[in-house]
Design a protein around this ligand. Structure first.
Ligand SMILES: [Ca+2]
Ligand SMILES: [Ca+2]
Length: 285
C-alpha cells in the first residue's frame, strides 16, 4: 500500500522531487521505531515551504501542536537538504542571547510524569561555537533559567547545550543544582560541524520530595545506533507534584549573558525530526 502510494507520487512528480517526498514521508527511521499511539508531537517540516519560516508560520504549523510563544526575529528558514526539509537558524556575527541570535520558542506538550524528546541537529561547517550556547530542551515551565533557581522545588528545565571546547552537554536547572547558573552534565563527546546528531532525552518525575527522578540521554551520529550517555536516577525535578514536564523549548542561541559569548562569524544550525513521545523509542538500548 505504502509502496504503491510512493510510486504514484514519483510518477506524477519531477524526478528530483521524488527524493523530497520520500525523505519526508512517514517512513523515516524514527517512524519505524515508534509506537504511534505514544507520539505527542512530531515535526519533520515536510509540509512547509522552502524559505522564510516566520513566527506566524511557526505558530500556524500544526505539527507543533500548541505554540506558547515564538520569537525568531526573521532568523528561521526552511531549507531543502538533499530532499529533506529542515529548520535552519541564523546566528549573526557578534550577537548573543535569543533576542539577537537564534531564537526562542516554546510548545505546550500537555503534562507528563514521563516524557521522551528527540531532535536531530547539525552545526553547519564554519559554526562559531565560542564558549557555550543553548539548543533545545524540556521543562516544567519557562522560569527556570538565567539564574532563577527553583530552590523550593517549583520545577526544572533540562536543555541540550554546546559547552566550552565544543562539549555536548545537558544544562539542568533543578532544586539541588550546585551553581546559580545550572548544572552541566557532559554527554562525553564534542560536537563537530557537518555531522547529524540525534539527541534524545528522557525525564521521569521524582516522587514526592524524593531524589529519584530520572534523566537519561542517548546520542547518535549520522543515523547510527543511539548510545546511552547520561543515566541519572537521583534527581529532583520538583516537589509536591511540580515535577511534571509541560513545555518543549526550541531556543538555540549563543550565551551566556555578555558579548564574550557572541559568534565570531555568522553561523547556522539545522534542526529536524522533532519528536516528543510518552513511550520509549524502540531503537533505544
Ligand atoms: Ca525533515
Ligand atoms: Ca508543518
Amino acid at each position: 500500500m505504502k509502496i504503491a502510494a510512493v510510486a504514484l507520487i514519483c510518477m506524477t512528480a519531477p524526478a528530483y522531487r521524488c527524493g523530497v517526498l520520500r525523505a519526508d514521508q512517514p517512513q523515516t527511521r524514527e517512524s519505524k521505531t515508534e509506537t504511534d499511539g505514544a507520539i505527542i508531537l512530531r515535526n519533520d517540516f515536510s509540509d512547509e515551504s522552502i524559505g522564510a519560516y516566520t513566527d506566524d508560520a511557526f505558530k500556524s504549523d500544526r505539527d507543533w501542536g500548541k505554540v506558547r510563544w515564538v520569537h525568531f526575529h526573521g532568523r528561521a528558514n526552511i531549507v531543502d537538504d538533499h530532499g529533506d526539509k529542515k529548520l535552519r537558524l541564523t546566528f549573526p556575527k557578534g550577537k548573543f542571547g535569543h533576542q539577537e541570535t537564534g531564537g526562542n520558542a516554546a510548545v505546550s506538550i500537555g503534562k507528563h510524569d514521563e516524557i521522551y524528546q528527540r531532535v536531530t541537529i547539525r552545526f553547519e561547517p564554519g559554526f562559531s561555537f565560542v564558549k557555550t550556547g543553548k539548543i533545545v530542551g524540556l521543562g516544567s515551565g519557562a522560569h527556570w533559567s538565567g539564574g532563577n533557581v527553583p530552590r523550593e522545588g517549583q520545577g526544572y528545565t533540562s536543555r541540550f547545550i554546546w559547552d566550552r571546547q565544543h562539549e555536548a552537554a545537558m544544562y539542568l536547572y533543578h532544586m539541588d543544582q550546585r551553581s546559580k547558573y545550572g548544572d552541566v552534565l557532559n554527554l562525553g563527546f564534542k560536537f563537530q560541524t557537518g555531522v547529524d546528531y540525534t539527541l534524545t532525552q528522557r525525564i521521569k518525575a521524582n516522587t514526592g520530595s524524593q531524589k529519584n527522578g530520572i534523566l537519561q540521554v542517548w546520542a547518535s551520529q549520522d543515523g547510527g545506533q543511539p548510545k546511552l550517555v547520561v543515566d541519572r536516577n537521583d534527581l529532583r525535578f520538583g516537589t509536591e507534584g511540580r515535577s511534571a514536564t509541560e513545555l518543549m523549548f526550541v531556543a538555540p542561541f549563543h550565551g551566556g549573558g555578555d558579548a564574550s559569548f557572541a559568534a565570531g562569524q555568522t553561523s547556522y544550525m539545522t534542526l529536524d525530526d522533532f519528536v516528543v513521545s510518552s513511550a520509549k523509542f524502540s531503537d533505544l538500548p
